[in-house]
Design a protein around this ligand. Structure first.
Ligand SMILES: NC(=O)c1ccc[n+]([C@@H]2O[C@H](COP(=O)([O-])OP(=O)(O)OC[C@H]3O[C@@H](n4cnc5c(N)ncnc54)[C@H](OP(=O)(O)O)[C@@H]3O)[C@@H](O)[C@H]2O)c1
Length: 278
């Protein structure tokens, strides 16, 4: 697995069958141990071919999770090491926004190119296109804890955000069961929910009022610039503007089609993560 410490990957590592022998390519072995992940951590980076070779040699399948649109070679490095190591099956996490022809920002172009590389890789491929993971709301935890407030852009924007555990359940099937090669799955939650509605759900779970303060586009951009390079900050703003226009509201049925059960609602994810916001 790559991405084992990420939002979806951490659940994949836990949900894989007990008899699966799991190797985790991680940048920080101590972080992987602290997260209590099952599997053998192998130190490495997507730009470190020997590390990728150690992680992938002799594996049956690989989960591909890359996260930096400014490093488009990462996907190819993983796929090259997978081919060299005899891996037959690759399952890649992508973004459902790529299915929208009007979406042509940096993040969409990067995910589209990475999907194309995977399909041309010669491996049995499966693409998992997800809507925003519900776990993105964990970014609000510090201001909820300290001030009882959420500050964000686009409070009314509705997204069919998805429980990362549902995406992980689909990933586990694609990695371990037959019938998923050559498939592209669209993974969403059961219903669109706005940022303000998410804040209300969290308020109910925590049994205390949580305020919402709308950021201007300039304020949101300034916050992203503090931790991201300029092209990524701009790309996040573009995506937020499109979300505000309703681009992320549509639901899709592939979580249930693959796992046999309906995707979880935000209310259920929030209840399970109450300690993270308390
Ligand atoms: N986040 C969203 O809102 C969202 C929404 C829809 C779709 N997606 C898609 O989901 C995919 C994953 O994105 P994400 O941002 O959500 O990922 P993420 O959950 O933050 O996970 C990224 C993972 O990749 C690892 N990683 C990153 N760079 C690495 C490197 N150079 N070498 C080794 N490991 C590295 C990270 O490890 P460390 O622990 O070491 O950092 C982490 O485990 C992307 O295709 C994205 O477009 C994301």
């Amino acid at each position: 697995m790559t991405g084992a410490t990420g939002a979806v990957g951490r659940h994949v590592a836990r949900m894989l069958p007990a008899d699966a022998e799991v190797r985790l390519l991680v940048r920080d072995v101590a972080k992987a141990r602290r997260a209590g992940l099952r599997g053998e951590p192998v130190p490495g980076d997507y730009q470190d071919r020997p590390g990728l070779d150690r992680a992938l040699r002799g594996a049956d399948a690989v989960l591909v999770v890359t996260a930096n649109p400014l490093r488009p070679a990462d996907d190819e490095n993983i796929l090259a090491a997978a081919r060299a190591g005899g891996v037959r099956r690759a399952v890649k996490l992508s973004w459902l926004g790529v299915a929208d022809p009007a979406e042509d920002g940096l993040i969409a172009r990067w995910n589209r190119d990475a999907e194309a590389r995977l399909r041309a890789s010669g491996l049995d491929w499966t693409v998992l296109r997800m809507r925003t993971p519900m776990s993105n709301t964990l970014a609000w935890a510090p201001s909820i804890r300290a001030e009882g407030v959420v500050r964000a852009l686009g409070g009314s924007a509705r997204s069919a955000c998805v429980d990362p555990r549902d995406v992980a359940a689909v990933a586990v099937r694609a990695l371990t069961a037959p019938g998923h090669a050559g498939r592209t799955y669209a993974l969403t939650g059961p219903a669109p929910i706005s940022v303000r509605e998410q804040v209300r759900e969290l308020s109910g779970v925590l049994r205390r009022p949580i305020g919402f303060e709308e950021l201007t586009a300039d304020q949101a951009l300034a916050r992203w610039r503090e931790r991201l390079p300029e092209p990524l900050a701009q790309a996040l703003l573009e995506a937020a503007v499109r979300r505000a226009g309703g681009a992320s509201a549509r639901t899709e049925g592939d979580v249930e089609a693959v796992t046999g059960r309906a995707p979880e609602a935000f209310a259920s994810w929030a209840a399970d993560h109450e300690p993270d916001f308390r």
